[in-house]
Design a protein. Structure first.
Length: 221
């Protein structure tokens, strides 16, 4: 089976799952069923990769516990940044506090993001199935210019979640983490993506960002 055929098969499974969720939700939620199906699907995806978030949180806690030892290394090798970086990384790895663990959930989400991009991307002709749904009168295939009232709420939520996640990451991350600058800016990519994607994609991203914030609250207490 070619890569293209495998991708089409996976997209078909995801679309079938969304259709099933929408059908299941329709009796109770009516016209909101399609949008809620995307939200429920997103939560299911995040539950699937939640063990990686736990590993990330555990690594962050261990990194914080190593702060006194890292301070000693910084003082000892303040004139040799290369050796400081090497010994700091070795210390973190030896204690299960690799700074690269912080990117595991983001890497795991990337395939699902690409999958959802293909699932919610409008095709030729009139939308069918879940993509024929609406959210407060705005089609799930609409973009920012044609769905401004709903998009303004989504963008506001995305911006608030990005600010909160970035601020929390900056406070909890060791100062010498080489990925610190990237990780504190990463949440803001969600805001830009919501502004560019159709409404269905924006729903997926905002739900995923909200789940990330919830995980941070629960796992890093």
């Amino acid at each position: 089976m070619s890569v293209s055929a495998a991708l089409d098969a996976v997209i078909g499974v995801a679309q079938s799952a969304l259709e099933g969720l929408a059908t299941l939700l329709t009796p109770a939620t009516g016209t909101l069923a399609a949008a809620l199906a995307i939200v429920v699907f997103t939560v299911a995806v995040r539950l699937l990769i939640s063990p990686l978030a736990w590993l990330q949180a555990r690594s962050a806690k261990r990194g914080a516990a190593l702060a006194p030892q890292i301070a000693i290394l910084r003082e000892r090798h303040r004139d040799d940044p290369v050796r400081l970086a090497g010994e700091t990384l070795a210390l973190q790895r030896a204690n299960g506090a690799s700074p690269f663990a912080a990117v595991l959930p983001a890497l795991a989400q990337a395939p699902f993001f690409m999958l959802m991009y293909h699932v919610v991307r409008p095709g030729a002709g009139a939308p069918t199935g879940v993509l024929a749904g609406h959210l407060l009168g705005v089609p799930l295939t609409a973009h920012l210019a044609t769905g401004l009232p709903v998009f303004s709420v989504l963008l506001g939520l995305a911006g608030l979640l990005a600010w909160w996640s970035s601020r929390r990451a900056r406070r909890s991350m060791p100062a010498d983490n080489p990925l610190g600058g990237i990780l504190t800016r990463l949440p803001y990519l969600t805001v830009a993506a919501v502004a560019c994607l159709p409404l269905a994609g924006g729903l997926y991203l905002v739900t995923s960002a909200a789940w990330t914030a919830l995980e941070q609250l629960v796992l890093r207490r």
